[in-house]
Design a protein around this ligand. Structure first.
Ligand SMILES: [Zn+2]
Length: 222
């Protein structure tokens, strides 16, 4: 699977960003897979996640072609936003919370956002419900990380944080995060078709095996 097939299960682009890095427990000696492996992967993902439109993506690609250093910086910045957001969210997901790390992560998000605000513009919005609209990302080379930090702040400031969940690694889930939009707030797995079903069928196999094996045997004396 590559970034063109990566499931977008976060329910919010900022959570989809967090899920571009594997969040479960990697096998010993292996690194968690990063789907944002290079600038083209980042641009492809940004389009799929709805951070950029088609025409914008072309402008970004042109800017990155002219200046590969800017492309590398955009990738680096987006990954920094991703990891800072993940750390900021650790407070509401299971596992130890590190207050100092969370504060540092919020500082990083804030300075990225300050830079992004400098590359935004206010436009009148005569047909919308509000007087003006803030358009973030007027510099093509840094449009993707600017939209990413804008999405991260939107999530942290406006989303119902009691609905942010983590696919439970403790019980076999993958560790991805998602916004539970189910009516009764009972969603446990990022994808029932994958994580939920896999865990259920594994449990069933274990139960069957236990039944076949019978009660635990005492070791025989010799
Ligand atoms: Zn999962």
């Amino acid at each position: 699977m590559d970034v063109s097939e990566l499931p977008l299960v976060g329910g919010h682009p900022a959570l989809d960003l967090v899920n571009t890095l594997e969040r479960g427990t990697p096998l010993p000696g292996t690194q968690p897979r990063d789907y944002l492996s290079d600038p083209p992967s980042l641009l492809l993902w940004a389009g799929r996640a709805g951070l950029t439109g088609e025409a914008e993506a072309r402008t970004v690609a042109e800017a990155w072609e002219r200046d590969p250093g800017a492309a590398a910086a955009a990738l680096e910045a987006t990954r920094e936003v991703r990891e800072a957001l993940y750390t900021a969210l650790r407070a509401i997901t299971p596992g130890p919370d590190d207050t100092a790390a969370r504060g540092a992560a919020l500082d990083r998000l804030h300075s990225r956002w300050v830079a992004a605000a400098g590359r935004s513009t206010l436009v009148p919005d005569p047909d919308g419900a509000h007087a003006v609209r803030l358009v973030v990302g007027i510099a093509p080379a840094s449009l993707v990380p600017d939209r990413a930090v804008d999405a991260a702040l939107d999530l942290l400031r406006a989303a119902d944080i009691t609905r942010v969940r983590r696919c439970p690694t403790e019980t076999g889930g993958c560790g991805w995060v998602f916004l539970d939009r189910s009516r009764n707030g009972s969603r446990r797995w990022c994808r029932m078709a994958d994580c939920g079903t896999q865990v259920k069928s594994r449990r069933l196999t274990e139960r069957r095996r236990a039944v076949r094996a019978g009660p635990p045997q005492e070791p025989a004396d010799d």
